[in-house]
Design a protein around this ligand. Structure first.
Ligand SMILES: *Cc1c(COP(=O)(O)O)cnc(C)c1O
Length: 821
């Protein structure tokens, strides 16, 4: 960001300035919105953003202590004389205003990218192509949201020669806010697909919204062979924008491309204004070809000589935008983040490392490449890196790259340095990496994927991939249905509905949920041993486990008088007092729980003279997902209120009341009381069609491809045949992994190479066969059994069961792999 004085910022954001007693009009060159990314310094301003599930104002105290001196706030109560405050109505809007103001000062070209798919890849590839010629600033990762775009635009300052900014929207009205921040000279519309269509009445409406980014653009790049491209042409005419259209096999467009597939590569020939060029990309899929054509069109728009760049196309790489968490060698945990490396993304990756290593008896180590961040003097930069590593409690650094090697003296923690990756590999000893959480953070050209391959436990071919971002999205979707003070208990019983235990629990602890609930005490002990400190409720406490429960502070669900008597006796024996318990009332489910008032009154008098404290009283709905039974659900809620009243009036301390499970939260949110119990919704299943994200993908890889003649049969009992001679793929996934055998013989499908294909023949214990005659499938290709393309709900319906059974049925031998964007 350009340097602005505090008063200039107050003006730019239309805010009211409250000066501290020691106010001097200092200059600010860095804006932060996440307190975890503060690396010290006096030229930093913090924007206290707030949303339905977080409030930045809560972090002001902490940042004051660390020395931040300027805050942009919307809560008058946050203002004190300890620092300078700028009061605005809406801090998010203020951030956007400042970003637009910063953008206005920049006179070099800005390229703005929007569209449904490919934004980030086009941006990264442009960076790869053009950074040989220009000093470029670009949006970090896929920062393209209402907050991401302003944060990206605030990175721009006068030292750069070109800016690449992406903008994404999901709702009408959003682009208007982003347009003045990006205000592109050259616009790229990648394409318009189905994403977020639910929020728009038509594709035209969505396109019109996206085009709002380009109102004052000089040139607009788009693909002319889509059916909607007339609308884009007309938009260009109406706004006097130069249209830089391109098309494949179509002569009308300004640039015409011809593409020829060659194994895994594609030869692309380009024609425009009587010149011809050809180049190769190391990809063969349609989206990569489209993205590469957009990049070529940018060379034309910038009036560059394409010849100078053609050779770089053949070196373009896939863009790994996701951070991956994997099992490493020697009992270590691997966190891979190879997208880029700058201070911001290092801060984010370190917070993931801390969350995953949290007290899990794993020490935190970092393998880091040179940081690529122009604009900071190298010595200052690496001093900050050192400070950051120390603040996050990193026990060892492995630095790779000429700059880190050169500045190694600046690092005050245990460390080793190598001038390049090959030198590291020559000295690599497996035993040096054990029982640690390892963050691999390297810019793309350092090819850290090769280091990851050394450190990774031999990959199991079949995995259940769990998307942690989707999980957080789902959690927040439910949080939005709740009042501010309603607590959340998350059900992590049965291996978190099959999705894994400690990783999920760590994430939920990081997200500050109030309780975790497990089925049996052993599950709770396991979480405590992994460092989970969030309160844990055990739904099925067994007498054998009382000692463990008391030792590990696991809170029982008390569902009967006799259970209470046994448990309180155990508590007394261990000499504890005030031990937390939860009481379950049966309001009609006829499962565990106290059913009548007489039992309840007896229990109350027993509790009064016992060493326990009632934390909560709850009940469980039998049919919260079934509209036809809503009268029954309402009766259950009424019965609960009357039974719970007996407890609340008998004790003079606060007792939390709760009855809603996931479907209950969605359908009866007015009965949320003090707490809710979230289960299946977190794992992506909605009973009301709410847009939750799928969290689990069951996938494997093809072991072998075989051609099969018309008269041959496939698998046990000769049940499988093909309609005519064709090929099959053999996949190492069977009923022992949790694939229902009923899906065999054409009933079930898998998704491979962009197509749904039937399972042929009987499913075996460890394998199944797919009819891949209509595909180009090869050995090693990835196969999805459920996930983005085959929904768990559809699969459950097909099998006459419920999603819960599908999720919890995936066997433990299928490795869980966690990904985070
Ligand atoms: C499993 C469970 C839940 C969660 O139910 P979902 O339908 O998965 O939301 C809530 N309460 C109790 C007592 C449970 O056993």
């Amino acid at each position: 960001m350009k340097k602005f004085t505090v008063t200039e910022i107050a003006n730019a954001v239309d805010g009211e300035l409250f000066k501290s007693s020691s106010f001097f009009n200092n200059t600010i060159d860095t804006v932060i919105t996440d307190s975890r990314t503060f690396f010290g310094g006096s030229s930093v301003a913090f924007f206290a953003l707030s949303g339905p599930v977080f409030n930045g104002h809560n972090y002001i105290g902490q940042l004051l202590k660390k020395g931040v001196q300027v805050f942009i706030v919307s809560e008058r109560g946050a203002i004190s004389d300890k620092a300078t405050f700028i009061l605005v109505k809406n801090t998010g809007l203020a951030l956007q205003k400042l970003a637009a103001y910063n953008r206005k000062q920049f006179i070099k070209p800005v390229i703005g990218i929007t569209g449904s798919n490919g934004k980030t890849i086009v941006k990264e590839w442009l960076y790869d192509l053009l950074s040989t010629t220009f000093k470029i600033v670009r949006s970090p990762k896929s920062y393209n949201s209402q907050v991401g775009v302003p944060l990206s635009a605030l990175l721009i300052d006068e030292q750069y020669e070109l800016a690449l900014l992406e903008a994404g929207i999901s709702l009408p009205g959003e682009m208007e806010k982003l347009a003045p921040i990006v205000n592109p000279d050259i616009g790229i519309l990648t394409n318009i697909g189905d994403a977020h269509q639910e929020n728009f009445s038509s594709v035209e409406e969505k396109l019109a919204e996206k085009l709002k980014l380009f109102h004052s653009t000089k040139q607009l790049l788009f693909r002319a062979d889509y059916s909607y491209s007339n609308q884009v042409q007309n938009f260009c005419k109406a706004h006097k924008i130069q249209a830089v259209s391109w098309a494949i096999n179509n002569t009308d467009a300004k640039i015409g491309f011809t593409v020829t597939g060659q194994n895994q590569q594609t030869l692309i020939q380009a024609r425009f204004s009587n010149s011809e060029y050809s180049f190769t990309i190391p990809f063969s899929d349609n989206s990569a070809i489209e993205n590469a054509c957009h990049c070529f069109a940018v060379l034309v728009a910038l009036n560059l000589n394409p010849e100078d760049f053609l050779h770089i196309f053949s070196q373009l790489q896939t863009v790994a935008m996701r951070l991956e968490i994997k099992q490493g060698i020697n009992n270590s945990l691997l966190i891979n983040d190879f997208y880029n490396s700058d201070l911001n993304s290092l801060g984010i990756a370190l917070s993931v490392l801390k969350q995953q290593a949290a007290k899990a008896h794993l020490q935190k180590q970092v393998i880091l490449s040179d940081i690529q961040q122009t604009g900071i003097d190298a010595e200052k930069l690496y001093k900050k890196v050192n400070q950051l590593l120390q603040e996050w409690g990193i026990s060892k650094l492995t630095g790779i790259g000429p700059e880190l090697y050169k500045y190694q003296k600046l690092f005050k923690l245990e460390s080793e340095f190598f001038p390049n990756r090959l030198a590291f590999e020559r000295h690599f000893r497996r035993q040096n990496f054990s029982s640690a959480a390892l963050l691999l953070k390297g810019a793309r050209q350092f090819e850290f994927e090769k280091i990851a391959a050394l450190l990774q436990q031999k990959a199991h071919q079949t995995v259940l991939e769990i998307n942690l971002n989707a999980l957080v999205h789902n959690l927040n979707t439910f949080r939005k249905l709740l009042n501010k003070n309603t607590k959340i208990m998350v059900m992590v019983k049965a291996f978190s509905y099959g999705s894994g235990d400690v990783e999920i629990a760590r994430l939920l602890q990081h997200q500050n949920v109030d309780y975790l609930a497990v089925a049996v005490a052993d599950e709770g002990v396991h979480l405590r041993n992994a460092g989970i400190t969030t309160p844990i409720v055990v739904m099925n406490p067994e007498q054998d486990s009382f000692q463990n429960m008391i030792d590990f502070n696991l809170e029982p669900n008390i569902y009967s008088l006799s259970l209470f008597k046994q448990f309180s006796k155990a508590v007394a024996t261990f000499g504890k007092t005030g031990f937390p318990i939860h009481i379950k009332i049966d309001t009609g489910m006829n499962r565990l729980g106290l059913k009548n008032d007489k039992e309840i009154t007896q229990l109350i008098s027993l509790i009064k003279n016992s060493p326990v404290t009632i934390k909560s009283v709850f009940s469980h709905l039998a049919a919260s997902d079934e509209a036809a039974l809503d009268d029954f659900t309402k009766q259950q809620i009424e019965r609960f209120h009357s039974a719970a009243g007996l407890f609340t009036s008998a004790f003079d301390y606060k007792i939390d009341l709760h009855i809603l499970n996931s479907a209950g939260i969605e359908r009866f949110s007015h009965s949320q009381m003090d707490m809710v119990r979230l289960g299946i919704g977190l794992y992506g299943i909605s009973q009301t069609g709410r847009p939750l994200k799928n969290i689990g993908t069951l996938k494997s890889t093809v072991s072998q491809i075989k051609t099969v003649g018309k008269n041959e049969t496939i698998g046990y009992n000769r049940k499988g045949t093909l309609a005519s001679a064709g090929k099959i793929a053999i996949v190492p996934l069977g009923y022992a992994d949790g694939i229902n055998r009923k899906l065999g013989n054409g009933n079930g499908h898998a998704f491979i190479n962009g197509k749904l294909v039937p399972i042929v023949g009987n499913i075996c214990m460890d394998m199944l066969m797919l009819d891949v005659s209509q595909t180009e499938a090869k050995t090693g290709d990835s196969v999805e059994l459920f996930g983005a393309n085959i929904s768990i709900s559809d699969l459950a319906e097909q099998l006459g069961t419920i999603p819960y059974e599908i999720l919890t049925g995936i066997s433990q031998r299928v490795k869980r792999v966690y990904v985070q964007e």
